[in-house]
Design a protein. Structure first.
Length: 252
């Protein structure tokens, strides 16, 4: 039996499936990953810019980075992995997608089906939040980060707006991480796709499934801290392996 056949069997027999994705699921859509070769931007590390301290210190630089990422991501479309995951979530009510990504590509792939909509642990590049009154709004426009005065401002209170994204050192929305923990704890399978599994508390979700007697299946091009305890590790690109794993003969 091949590892793919073993993985397909585990998913076929599963009642509850939770999927945890990271930047690797979007790599073949052209979205730069964090810790791969494209992980740097103008010699800055993501960890240095994606923090509340960096935003207080230099909101213009942080918005320049996010403006660049929004421009890059707005040219990207869901790949075969996003599409296969959305299809499985559409037909199976106990197949939920939890993502660390802020690129919104799972949401685009699920566009017509609320059930296939992902739980976005770390927020979204295309949603802004007012730092003064907390008002949120969806926005796909161009960010003018040429000066502090041109940065996005709240229509309600004129407060400076920030990306509605969870930065390092910031807590995840309690309701969001609470739902993710509940899903992972109840899952028979946690399918982990394209994450280096170094960022917590997201990376800890797979262990919750395993500790409750569930199986972890990992899809990645390299080893990660989860590889040693996964029931099956599928080595290769997500856009190839995920559609094969969830192919049309996915269980009735
Ligand atoms: C918090 C938004 C506390 C930003 C992001 C233990 C417990 C709790 C916290 C911590 C802890 N240990 C450390 C911490 C602190 C920190 C943390 O985890 N640091 C790490 C770096 C050590 N965690 C936090 O700060 C979190 N907050 O804990 O708050 C708290 C509690 C109460 C009150 C106050 C505070 C917040 C974490 C959220 C940070 N924000 N994103 C932005 O995007 O701009 S995380 C960021 O990293 C992205 O969201 C990204 O998704 C995430 C994880 O990275 P990956 O997705 O895994 O991407 P990466 O590039 O690393 O890896 C890509 C993988 O894909 C690789 O494995 C590669 O091999 C693979 N791949 C590549 N191509 C393919 C592929 N696989 C398949 N196919 C391919 N083609
Ligand atoms: Zn406001």
């Amino acid at each position: 039996m091949t590892v793919m056949e073993r993985a397909r069997g585990i998913i076929r027999d599963a009642g509850h499936v939770v999927v945890l994705t990271g930047a690797g699921v979007s790599a073949e859509s052209g979205v730069p990953t964090f810790r791969g070769t494209g992980g740097l931007w103008k010699e800055h590390r993501a960890e240095d810019l994606a923090t509340p301290e960096a935003f207080v210190r230099d909101p213009r630089l942080v918005w320049e980075w996010y403006g660049w990422r929004r421009r890059v991501v707005s040219q990207c479309v869901p790949n075969a992995a996003h599409v296969a995951l959305a299809s499985a979530a559409r037909v199976h009510d106990d197949f939920r997608i939890v993502t660390q990504n802020v690129d919104g590509l799972h949401s685009v792939a699920a566009a017509d089906s609320p059930r296939a909509a992902p739980l976005e642990l770390h927020g979204c590049l295309f949603r802004l939040r007012c730092t003064r009154c907390g008002k949120r709004r969806d926005d796909r426009g161009v960010i003018d980060a040429t000066s502090r005065a041109t940065l996005p401002a709240c229509a309600a209170c004129e407060g400076l707006e920030r990306p509605d994204i969870v930065w390092f050192g910031e807590a995840l929305e309690p309701a969001v991480i609470g739902e993710a923990v509940a899903l992972a704890s109840a899952a028979d399978v946690c399918l982990v796709v394209g994450t280096s599994a170094v960022v917590h508390p997201a990376a800890g979700l797979a262990d919750l499934t395993r500790r409750r007697g569930g199986h972890v299946i990992e899809v990645n091009i390299t080893d990660t801290p989860l590889s040693g305890t996964a029931a099956v590790t599928l080595r290769g690109p997500a856009a190839v392996l995920v559609p094969e794993l969830l192919s049309p003969d996915f269980p009735e």
